[in-house]
Design a protein around this ligand. Sequence first.
Ligand SMILES: [Zn+2]
Length: 163
Amino acid sequence: MVTNLQPGANTQRPELDHQYFLHLAYELALKSYNEGGCPIGSVIVDENGKILGQGHNMLVQEGNPILHGEMSAMRDAGRMPSRRNTTLYTSLSPCMMCTGTIIQFKIGRVVIGDTVNSGPGNVELLKQNGVEVVVLDDPNCIALVKKFREEKPDLWLEDWGGL
Ligand SMILES: [Zn+2]
């Protein structure tokens, strides 16, 4: 088959391997956990599966409460004229801050590894704002945060905004 390289000729987005990229986000979450931090990781990928940015929660590592996993990946990805064709993978369902960031910066799709620990609260908000949402509820992602919540409930609470 001849590939048509004309801009806009191919309007169909190729399928990304969601399990693969979510697993990368999970591994970043595990890295943070092993550093004594909050176990939430994120990866941003373009429409061809190229990784544009990645990161994990940095509350403990940098003492920065707004560097959630998604925000770390955004920082790593840096400047971009458009994020509409990107997919953000996050090991945990996004909080209000990260949901706002996803909407503000027009990320096209979000794949979520865990809506069990944080609740699915912002999934509808994302959808209402035109973001495609895929919920995988991956057993590894769920188990890691469950363990973290049991071990460090104060840190979990602090990461979600404190008392
Ligand atoms: Zn967040």
